[in-house]
Design a protein around this ligand. Structure first.
Ligand code: SR1
Length: 357
């Protein structure tokens, strides 16, 4: 990333894809074509959700570089949450972004032929492969890049000996790999969102969409929910019980915001003669089921796998085992029990696990 300013103070941010995974280094080579895929995603998302996307100013294909809108007056959402800042309306707005992308890039938002062409152009095998390994394979089956302290090893060992949980996780993996609903962001955690201000001045912008592809809409919601959960766990560990409760409430209110926006967007579907209103309700039920399951996978992965969360990693040392165990216990419930449980019961379980009653 390069922040480039001219003498008058005008600024663009240049983001260049390296030929390897930045988090790990040159020993993990990675296609630079991910820059082009990210540029395409920003262009597609800007069409349907201009308010919630970091704008693309230009793309240099030869150098795999994006010129992006200057958002240096924003902060990363995770940083704000870790510092105890306001989350009011942020997740509700992110849910609107997910809904606008879900409807605007799906079979319902474009012609079937256009959908197929766009989905083919957005294929992202290498980055999907990272997600499949890091979120769906290694945390469930063990090994790979997993790493966690001895203090939680007994909990992880128990999970990885739990055949019911493993089977349910592998079904989430399969769902991720085989579902082509819309051009999803693909990595919508709180480190992929810039925010500025509060109230009427709030600005919320998703960025870093290099993992985007045509996949299950519930994946974006699920990642967001697991990351809200991590922020709530952190707040509870710091003794901020009211704040923790309000963060958990944001999971419920983001779902409300998502469904309200989907119902609004549904009125503009391109082929209403094919899709009666009942189709939307069935789709929403599927998205919720997926979202909860993916949230469970993300909660687990961010606790035992590569790319952990500062929310959890930086709680006071004596609270870490409780925080990590809460992520793992709730992660397990979200993955295995969905067919027999209501959304409300999950929110209840999260609150009681964090001692918020
Ligand atoms: C190797 S990249 C590790 C993680 O960082 C990204 O933000 C994705 O979540 C990915 O899984």
């Amino acid at each position: 990333m390069f922040i480039c300013k001219d003498a008058t103070g005008r600024c663009v941010v240049l983001k260049q894809a390296l030929p390897y995974v930045r988090l790990v280094g040159p020993e993990w080579p990675m296609t630079e074509d991910r820059a082009r895929r990210e540029a395409n995603t920003i262009t597609a998302h800007t069409k349907v959700s201009p308010r919630h996307v970091c704008n693309l100013i230009d793309f240099d294909a030869d150098n795999h570089a994006l010129a992006l809108e200057d958002l240096t007056d924003h902060e990363v959402l995770r940083t704000r949450l870790n510092d105890g800042g306001s989350h009011e309306d942020i997740f509700e707005q992110l849910a609107q972004y997910v809904a606008d992308v879900a409807m605007g890039t799906s079979w319902y938002g474009v012609s079937e032929e256009d959908f197929r062409r766009a989905a083919a152009a957005a294929i992202n095998p290498e980055l999907c492969n990272i997600t499949e390994d890091l979120i769906f394979t290694e945390p469930f089956l063990g090994g790979g890049r997993n790493e966690f302290p001895d203090s939680i090893a007994p909990v992880v060992d128990r999970l990885q000996a739990d055949s019911e949980w493993i089977a349910a996780g592998m079904m989430m993996r399969h769902r991720f790999m085989s579902t082509q609903e819309a051009h999803i962001h693909g990595d919508l955690h709180t480190g992929s969102v810039f925010v500025r201000g509060t109230g009427a001045a709030l600005s919320v912008k998703a960025f870093d969409s290099e993992f985007a592809f045509y996949g299950p809409v519930g994946f974006d919601l699920g990642l967001m929910w697991a990351n809200i959960l991590a922020a709530a766990v952190r707040a509870a560990m710091l003794g901020e019980t009211d704040r923790s409760r309000r963060l958990l409430d944001a999971i419920g209110s983001s779902w409300k915001s998502f469904t309200a926006r989907m119902r609004q967007n549904w009125k503009n579907r391109v082929t209403p003669e094919k899709y009666p209103d009942a189709c939307l309700e069935l789709w929403l039920a599927k998205i919720l089921d997926d979202g909860l399951g993916f949230a469970g996978c993300e909660a687990t992965r961010r606790t035992v796998g590569l790319a952990k969360l500062s929310d959890i990693e930086t709680v006071p040392e004596d609270k870490y085992p409780t925080a990590a165990t809460a992520m793992l216990t709730l992660g397990r419930s979200l993955v295995i029990d969905r067919s027999t449980r209501s959304f409300a019961s999950y929110l209840e379980e999260m609150a009681s696990t964090l001692g918020l009653h």
